[in-house]
Design a protein around this ligand. Structure first.
Ligand code: SIN
Length: 540
């Protein structure tokens, strides 16, 4: 278990006084509005009152931005065993077989449920259309609105959620910390409502569905709110986190200097897009026999290697051979994106390069979605269930969000007893001494941290740079972690520094290459020493 020696991590980021702060009680607090949070809230609402809070508006999440699809065995020619085998092979020895089997076998039922709630999956001649992604041995990635699958799924879930009278939603609500009582059990959270009000939400059960950590990197497909807040607050509360060295890089992000990065879905390669260098050379077969459809970690590394060899800042995705009309219909989001940059896909290739995409690790949960802290559950990208191992198979995450969202919601609901009055919690008071150290510009720290993580904890890592990264983060932490901030920008910076250090430390400790974690100084897998998870916790 990795502790955080020398880190100035205090229990709460902001002072807490539960006697004087505005407060209310809910049976179940759900933090996060992606697929997992929405699904969890719907489930828990069958038993008690649910409060679902989102950091931004309810439609700002990695789920909403997910393009390619959701993996599900729906074709009689396919089988659960094949999908399980693909997931285990991609996970490079660290998947939990029971979890893999459990998640994959529930896909048809949960897809049916989504359809009944209003999600429209794309169909050809009435049959749900499916395509390939890297690592899948069968075309089982189904999609909605062409390349806006996450939106399609979230729309169905939101429709259902809005029909549940016991669910209250609070948007633009930044959760600062989980509250734990004297017995260390979670009893809700303290947060900040945009506009400036602090608020305590007492909850019998709390579910973290806060998403990932892509914004810790300069290059990322993730929206602005993916700043690892859930991981950091769970860590401060004493939860066990694991596999933080496994950040998945997506091979193809639109690369136009100055423009914000945008995902270019892998399903384009699933339907025949070719990766080429600036001279038009299709290089992928030089790196892997599966070419463009090799697993994501392989394709990302191949692109970076090829960029180094050719001295280029990016490569290209070539879809000039696609039928333009079909492309516009099948991939409307990317079609509009390309148009907005005057890229005529019938003549021009799309400039791309890899970027941080998905946190494979997260808050360790058991098969009930429970963390090691009583009354605290986690699901979605924030959780580590054991499905992904050391590398996530594309399009398995929306599925995991649905399955574990439901499980976490059910588990949380099981403990809710509506016949008894809400429990009185003992008061929590926490003060923070005034710091006499200099102030750093947190915007500057944040940008420098993202550049540092991209350079040193990126696609290819090595010991000396990982150690140096931890030292630099420690320096920033000395001047940032001791301060009290009064708005999300400061708390986010503190969360990012906390999780970035843990990621660099975990990556240093894993002295081998496995899945998405590649060590240039230890390029092979070492099953003797590392066929195991690296766990981190700040608890004694
Ligand atoms: C994509 O559309 O390429 C991303 C899908 C995923 O990350 O699973």
């Amino acid at each position: 278990m990795v502790k955080s020696p020398g880190a100035e991590i205090r229990r709460y980021l902001a002072p807490v006084d539960t006697l004087t702060t505005q407060q209310f009680f809910t049976d179940c607090l759900v933090i996060g509005s992606g697929v997992a949070g929405l699904r969890a809230a719907i489930e828990a609402a069958a038993v008690g009152t649910v409060t679902l809070v989102s950091k931004g508006s309810i439609d700002q999440s990695n789920t909403w931005d997910a393009q390619g699809g959701i993996a599900a065995v729906l074709d009689s020619q396919d089988s659960f065993d094949k999908h399980i085998a693909d997931t285990l092979a991609t996970g490079a020895g660290l998947c939990d077989r029971q979890v893999v089997s459990q998640v994959i076998r529930q896909a048809p039922e949960l897809i049916g449920e989504l359809i009944s709630w209003g999600t429209e999956f794309d169909r050809v001649n009435g049959v749900i259309d499916a395509t390939f992604e890297g690592g899948h041995s069968f075309a089982r990635v189904i999609h909605s609105h062409g390349d806006s699958t996450g939106r399609g799924i979230a729309e169905g879930l939101l429709k259902k959620l809005r029909s549940c009278p016991t669910i209250r939603t609070l948007e633009h609500f930044f959760v600062i910390d989980l509250l734990t009582g004297a017995d260390q059990e979670c009893c809700g959270a303290i947060g900040w409502q945009a506009g400036g009000t602090f608020q305590i939400i007492w909850a019998a059960r709390t579910i973290l569905a806060t998403g990932g950590a892509g914004r810790l990197y300069r290059e990322t497909t993730n929206p602005e709110n993916a700043t690892a807040d859930g991981l950091a607050m769970a860590y401060r509360a004493g939860a066990v986190l694991r596999d933080l060295e496994f950040m998945q890089f997506h091979p193809t992000t639109l690369y136009i200097a100055g423009a914000s990065r945008a995902l270019i879905t892998e399903t384009l390669r699933g339907e025949g897009a070719i990766l080429r260098d600036k001279d038009g050379y299709a290089f992928m077969k030089d790196y892997h026999s599966d070419g463009e459809l090799a697993p994501r970690d392989v394709v990302s590394r191949a692109i970076v290697d090829h960029m180094h060899k050719t001295g280029a800042t990016h490569v290209y995705l070539d879809i000039r051979h696609f039928d333009k009309e079909h492309f516009q219909k099948r991939f409307p989001f990317i079609s509009e994106l390309c148009d907005s940059f005057d890229i005529d896909v019938s003549k021009d290739m799309i400039p791309v390069r890899p970027s941080a995409h998905y946190m494979v690790g997260g808050i360790k949960v058991d098969s009930e979605g429970a963390t090691n802290i009583a009354n605290l559950y986690a699901c979605g990208e924030a959780a580590s269930t054991g499905l992904h191992g050391a590398n996530r198979l594309g399009s398995n995450s929306l599925l995991e969000g649905l399955v574990y969202g439901r499980i976490a919601g059910q588990s949380a609901a099981r403990g809710i007893d509506r016949s008894r009055p809400h429990r009185q919690h003992s008061a929590i008071e926490f003060s923070v001494p005034q710091s006499n150290r200099s102030r750093l510009d947190t915007e500057d720290v944040r940008n420098s941290l993202r550049a540092l993580m991209w350079r040193n904890v990126g696609i290819s890592r090595q010991e000396s740079l990982l150690v140096e990264t931890q030292e630099i983060i420690r320096f920033w932490q000395r001047y940032v972690m001791d301060k009290v901030f009064h708005s999300p920008a400061g708390w986010e910076c503190q969360n990012m520094l906390t999780v970035a250090w843990l990621m660099a430390r975990s990556a240093e400790l894993r002295r081998e290459s496995r899945g998405v974690h590649y060590r240039a100084d230890f390029p092979a897998a070492d099953d003797v020493h590392f066929l195991k998870h690296i766990e981190v916790s700040c608890a004694d």
